[in-house]
Write a protein that binds this ligand. Structure first.
Ligand code: GLC
Length: 540
């Protein structure tokens, strides 16, 4: 039987790089593109991941650390230049690593020439590239919409006597996607990068582009439920019905997909969308009715989940049950906006998390540093840099963006020794928790990740096989199988700190592929008692 040839992004493990924090070659305490190039051997050989998604590296005033873009077709000098980028593309491709870049289409920086023109006068041809509105009576903002980062989503412009919309910072004005010229210009930028050879895009806040054309007020949130998987403070006071997610958005993504599909070889360019929607039908709508929109709407469901077998299994099964025919799943456990997985689940459970991420059906997206067990770093209030945290204490994302811990050398090997300071402080634990140290230790978390990543490659059932949860698993354990025509693999995860006895019909005298605990030596499984926090893979 001929097996279906899968597009690369279905079998890939995607690794997210926050470029400020990956590797600094210049000595200014901030990571750069040359740093990513230098670490390609780590990505390709040590880890064996297949693709990197790089958070924004475009010119930016850095009010939101690059998510405020002032030029969509260039590189911020902090990170290097276009030659560095081309070199990165080439070296990555030589190492069989695909490059996914961040696209920030909802808003620009207020320093972007488009906005500068737009705000210059009411009659400027670019005026309507952004969302400008007259005040309501008595000078009040046009409606009650709030910024995700706190406060009103409208900023008064004295010079032209109107308000402009900003769903995030006031330095990040929202583009007006109802104007065809806006789409044309952003698509030109997309072509610019596709022509250079990038393999895909991660679309920032993909569901924010289209708002209610009538700009109606959002209803008050009576239920007290959070808007997304984490508290957003003041923003949670409303139900965000009208300020994002208008169905007109789907036309944009159909057009976007057509653009990607123009590039040969067929189906080689992909998109993944940051879509914080937790209602499955609405979330899956971003795949497109005919799977003709975003390849991978990013699935954030596990980020806010209670860490126990029952709730994790329920979320996985719900996703599987709700996926449209032919749509491909994906999972994330960490990113630059959320607390680190290690901090959320604790060191004991870190291997259960690793096993889950790398063995569920779907594309795993792994956040840099999670593979060595980096945790959130306490950042004193006076060192807080993230605007989200400055505006709403406790919401800061600095703790999960600290420099990668490469070694126990000065600056954890992230910056050259003569560096004065790194842009965010390093974790205290870097002398033990670092790449060099963990590579020496076959029982380290990094060694475990490496083994799992290798096993994914040598056991295609884990990449493309079916998923089936096993009913009647003992309390605290999540058991499932991954199966293709050649093999059937049992994944058994113990979410508790106690032993857990697995009924014999489940493992059926299978053979151990890997255990998270080096003490397990029984290769023919005669009896399976999971140790506290243990995860195992067994061939049935
Ligand atoms: C996305 C990014 C986040 C940024 C925001 C505004 O959520 O992941 O880091 O602050 O968009 O651009």
């Amino acid at each position: 039987m001929m097996e279906e040839v899968m597009p690369w992004w279905k079998t890939a493990v995607i690794y997210q790089i926050y470029p400020r924090s990956f590797y600094d070659t210049s000595g200014n305490g901030i990571g750069d593109l040359q740093g990513i190039i230098k670490k390609i051997p780590y990505l390709a050989d040590t880890l064996g991941i297949d693709a990197i998604w790089i958070s924004p590296f475009y010119p930016s005033p850095m009010k939101d650390f690059g998510y405020d873009v002032s030029d969509y077709r260039n590189i911020d000098p902090l990170y290097g230049n276009m030659e560095d980028f081309d070199q990165l593309l080439e070296s990555a491709h030589q190492a069989a690593i695909k490059i996914i870049i961040d696209l920030v289409p909802n808003h620009t920086s207020d320093q972007h020439p488009w906005f500068q023109e737009s705000r210059s006068s009411r009659t400027n041809p670019k005026r309507d590239w952004y969302v400008w509105e007259d005040p309501k009576e008595a000078g009040f903002p046009p409606n009650n919409w709030l910024s995700v980062f706190g406060g009103r989503a409208w900023e008064w412009d004295q010079h032209t006597g109107q308000y402009y919309l900003h769903s995030f910072l006031k330095e990040q004005p929202d583009l007006n996607w109802r104007k065809p010229r806006v789409q044309e210009e952003i698509f030109k930028a997309v072509r610019f990068w596709l022509d250079r050879g990038v393999d895909g895009f991660r679309i920032d806040v993909a569901h924010y582009l289209m708002k209610d054309p009538g700009l109606r007020d959002n209803p008050v949130n009576q239920s007290g439920n959070q808007a997304i998987h984490k508290s957003l403070g003041e923003y949670d006071a409303q139900i965000h019905l009208y300020d994002k997610g208008h169905p007109d958005i789907h036309r944009v993504y159909r057009d976007f997909r057509k653009l990607l599909d123009e590039y040969p070889p067929e189906g080689s360019r992909m998109s993944m969308g940051e879509i914080h929607i937790f209602e499955w039908n609405e979330w899956t709508s971003y795949y497109g009715k005919n799977l003709d929109e975003i390849h991978l709407p990013i699935n954030f469901s596990l980020l806010g989940a209670a860490w126990n077998a029952g709730s994790i299994r329920r979320l996985v099964d719900e996703l599987e049950d709700n996926l449209p025919e032919g749509a491909w799943p994906n999972y994330v456990l960490g990113n630059h906006d959320d607390h680190r997985i290690l901090t959320r689940v604790g060191r004991d459970q870190a291997r259960v998390a690793a096993t889950l991420l790398l063995t569920l059906r779907g594309t795993p997206i792994l956040y840099y540093g999670d593979e060595i067990g980096m945790g959130d770093v306490d950042i004193p209030p006076d060192m807080c840099l993230d605007p989200a945290g400055i505006r709403q204490p406790g919401q800061g994302r600095d703790p999960n963006r600290t420099p990668m811990q490469w070694s126990d050398e000065p600056w954890a090997g992230f910056s050259p020794p003569q560096t004065k300071r790194t842009w965010l402080p390093l974790a205290d634990d870097y002398t033990e928790v670092n790449v060099v140290q963990e590579l020496k230790d076959p029982t380290s978390l990094l060694s475990f990740y490496r083994q799992l990543l290798g096993i994914r490659k040598t056991h295609p059932a884990l990449q493309t096989g079916s998923y089936q949860a096993i009913a009647g698993a003992p309390e605290g354990c999540f058991l499932y199988t991954r199966e293709n025509i050649r093999e059937r693999i049992l994944v058994a995860l113990n979410f508790t700190h106690q032993e857990c006895c697995i009924p014999s019909e489940v493992y059926n005298q299978g053979k151990l592929i890997i255990s998270s605990q080096s003490s397990r030596t029984d290769h023919e499984i005669k009896q399976l008692v999971l140790q506290p926090d243990e995860s195992v893979l067994i061939t049935l």
